[in-house]
Design a protein around this ligand. Structure first.
Ligand code: NA7
Length: 529
């Protein structure tokens, strides 16, 4: 019988890949990590556009597996910049001596399961092939950029950028007329800064987003001291929540309160800023009437800030608030009061083409020196489906997922033994705090591989009926909420032709309990061989 080269190959060296390496190596497994980028950091390596930051508090958007690490690292701001997060990633890699098992600049193209000997054969773009008993995809949820197929893209004379694949040499927008397509989170973070630098900024908006002020700033030392002294308690409280972070959801329903009481609660949440706004009432994401009260509140705020009533109207979303991820901003709406910013409504008149000189829509050509695509990602499945992954009987993941990303626990796929995914579809991932979500998956996977070693078994595979049940459960939970009511990337709706399936599992605590139960029941829903 052929022995594979490694116990595990991990694809991706972002937060998930790094922690997988640390966990598996500490348990004595041999691991090779492949990373396509020229350095580690995943999402935080690629998304280096102006204003890029986390939208979960830095003290929570960090690893908790090592208390020494938690204590020694100091975050400077409530919402850390991309640069600070990347410094943290590098600190972690150095502290745990991770780099020696990471191969950079290595793009995994193919992974094929060998059924005779139960291992994966993993091939890179450069033509190298290695074998490993386990193949773990830590490829990220927002790593496959979406550049819309707009006619004429290739003939534009100026430079183009994508927020999710930003150049390492910072572009200089000074004196330039810049266009930005998209008004999601990446655009909302970058627009205020690009507007300050550029001669003129043209924003091409198809769907407005809801943005809540971040009130970002340096951390108060007393606050940090309390967090650090009581980290374990705070982390535990976060784990026992719906979102995996200290969002503090008010247990009251908006529909049980009068308008005055609603206003008081929204005012208080608005002053706190950030994602916590959505925790103002318990029924905001389950009851349209309740949701309308929150949406009306934010629309009124937009009108207060934006001087021009027509711009305020265009910037005001008419969708369910929270259905797409709420953005956390610094001076976003204020930026539209600048003389050098123009808002273009490309919903009423969609972009027709990109010309040599700019963007044409609604019989107008807007001349531009440079174009920024803030057009998002083929989220959650894009990076996985770019690779040629083949399980039992040579079936490809692309075929298996033609009608949607079927899997069990968001961790494993029937027909693809010994393969795991981290924060994939079917897991809470993007609708939770990514860091504890990642840590949970990594520890679950490492425990599972350890268990197989103890039991002298070399193969684990999700059962098709367990997978069917999981997909059904994920969708049933989502159907009890307002999430499926808009065209979000959670549903794959931003990518033409992508099956419309709600991908994240809603409820962090519930998810942890499900995974624990599976283990307690002897890896129920899996076949071990
Ligand atoms: P998003 O949130 O997917 O936003 C992409 C934006 O690009 C959104 O406003 C889209 O409008 C717009 N878009 C996409 N294609 C087009 C075309 N063809 N024409 C005009 N506008 C277009 O991506 P982000 O990078 O901002 O954020 C992703 C996540 O990162 C975010 O949720 C946070 O979790 C962090 P649409 O809404 O589709 O009408």
């Amino acid at each position: 019988m052929t022995q594979p080269d490694f116990d595990a190959v991990v694809v991706g060296a972002g937060f998930a890949g790094l922690y997988l390496l640390h966990q598996l190596r500490s348990r004595g497994f041999s691991v090779r990590v492949y990373e396509a980028g020229s350095d580690i950091g995943g999402t935080w390596f690629w998304n280096r556009y102006p204003g890029a930051r986390c939208d979960v508090e830095s003290l929570e958007y960090s690893y908790q597996f090592s208390d020494a690490l938690q204590q020694e690292w100091d975050w400077s701001e409530k919402y850390a910049t991309q640069g600070e997060i990347l410094s943290y990633v590098n600190h972690v890699a150095e502290r745990f001596d991770l780099r020696r098992d990471i191969q950079l600049n290595t793009h995994v193209e193919q992974a094929i399961f060998n059924e005779d000997d139960d291992y994966w054969q993993v091939s890179t773009k450069d033509g190298d092939t290695v074998t490993a008993r386990f193949c773990i995809m830590a490829t990220g949820c927002l790593s496959s950029t979406n550049v819309p197929d707009i006619k004429g893209l290739e003939i534009f004379k100026g430079a183009t950028f994508h927020t999710g694949n930003w150049p390492h040499v910072e572009p200089d927008f000074e004196g330039k007329t810049v266009g930005i397509i998209g008004t999601g989170s990446s655009a909302i973070q970058s627009i205020p800064l690009v507007a300050e630098a550029a001669r003129h900024l043209h924003v091409f908006q198809r769907t407005p987003s809801y943005a809540i002020p971040a009130y970002n700033g340096p951390y108060d030392p007393a606050y940090v001291k309390d967090r650090k002294e009581n980290y374990a308690t705070y982390r535990e409280r976060a784990k026992n929540s719906r979102s995996g972070f200290l969002l503090s959801i008010n247990e009251e329903n908006a529909t049980d309160c009068n308008a005055e009481e609603q206003q008081r609660v929204y005012d208080e949440r608005w002053r706190r800023g950030g994602l916590t706004f959505l925790g103002a009432f318990n029924d905001l994401l389950t009851d349209k009437q309740a949701n309308d009260t929150a949406a009306d509140y934010v629309r009124a705020k937009i009108s207060d800030v934006v001087d021009d009533p027509e711009k305020a109207r265009l910037l005001s979303p008419d969708t369910v608030i929270g259905c797409k991820r709420v953005c956390v901003d610094t001076n976003y709406y204020q930026t539209y009061n600048r003389d050098n910013v123009t808002l273009h409504d490309v919903k009423t008149d969609p972009i027709e083409e990109i010309t040599e000189r700019g963007i044409r829509y609604g019989n107008r050509e807007i001349e531009l020196d440079e174009i920024i695509f803030a057009t998002g990602f083929d989220a959650m499945t894009g990076a996985l489906l770019k690779m040629d992954i083949r399980g039992r009987g040579g079936i490809s993941l692309r075929e298996k997922w033609r009608e949607g990303p079927k899997n069990y626990l968001g961790l494993a796929i029937a027909g693809f033994p010994n393969m795991f995914i981290v924060t994939g579809p079917g897991s809470p991932s993007v609708l939770a705090n990514m860091m504890p979500a990642i840590e949970h998956h990594v520890e679950w996977i490492a425990d599972c591989i350890d268990h197989l070693r103890t039991m002298k078994q070399r193969c684990i595979e999700a059962q098709p009926d367990a997978e069917e049940n999981w997909v059904r459960q994920t969708n049933e939970i989502a159907d009890r909420t307002l999430f499926p009511t808009c065209n979000s990337w959670y549903l794959g709706a931003n990518i033409p032709g992508k099956p419309r399936v709600f991908m994240p599992y809603l409820g962090f605590q519930r998810y942890l309990e499900e995974c624990e139960q599976v283990v307690a029941d002897g890896y129920a829903g899996f076949t071990l061989a």
